[in-house]
Design a protein around this ligand. Structure first.
Ligand code: SME
Length: 160
């Protein structure tokens, strides 16, 4: 049995360090990208409070296609440049959205979502996926969350 769980008393910085080390341990030596993305989605869900969606969209033939996630069923295909995920994938830049209703073209998969963090996963200079986190709370994510997920994206880029 795996026992990767976050102590509720951890600071945000400690939480991201523990998440990163759990992610390394759980994906180490495992070449299957679906298995790794599935476990990483579960770890994000376990370690980060106040989420209603956590998972992956993968770049497949020039568009984003839904990957492993935790949360409600979501839209399957997102063209580059559309919504928060498509913007992150096209620009290669993290999107930190405090209020999704104010983001032009936001794609509402779960009406409960209020804020969102999307981080591109880059391998050999190419965006191969994005990590998408949604929260029912406005302004749930800050620069520290963005930096934590950006580090995670670097760690897992060769494992997904
Ligand atoms: N809201 C995202 C779509 C994906 S769902 O949040 C899971 C967007 O605008 O790209």
């Amino acid at each position: 049995m795996y026992d990767f769980s976050a102590d509720p008393g951890l600071s945000k910085a400690e939480r991201y360090r523990e998440l990163e080390s759990a992610a390394r341990a759980l994906t180490d030596g495992e070449p299957d990208p679906v298995a790794n993305m599935a476990n990483l989605a579960a770890l994000l869900w376990e370690f980060l409070p106040d989420l209603n969606w956590a998972g992956f969209y993968r770049m497949v033939e020039g568009e984003l296609v839904l990957g492993p996630f935790m949360g409600r069923p979501a839209c399957i295909r997102i063209p580059l440049g559309r919504g928060v995920c498509g913007t992150a994938a096209q620009s290669g830049e993290t999107q930190l959205v405090e209020e999704v209703h104010a983001f032009p073209g936001h794609i509402a998969c779960d009406a409960a979502s209020r804020s969102e963090l999307v981080v591109p996963v880059v391998r050999e200079g190419e965006v191969v996926a994005v990590i998408d986190l949604d929260s029912p709370s406005p302004a749930r994510f800050d620069r520290e969350d963005a930096a934590g997920i950006e580090r995670l994206a670097q760690v897992v880029a060769n494992r997904i």
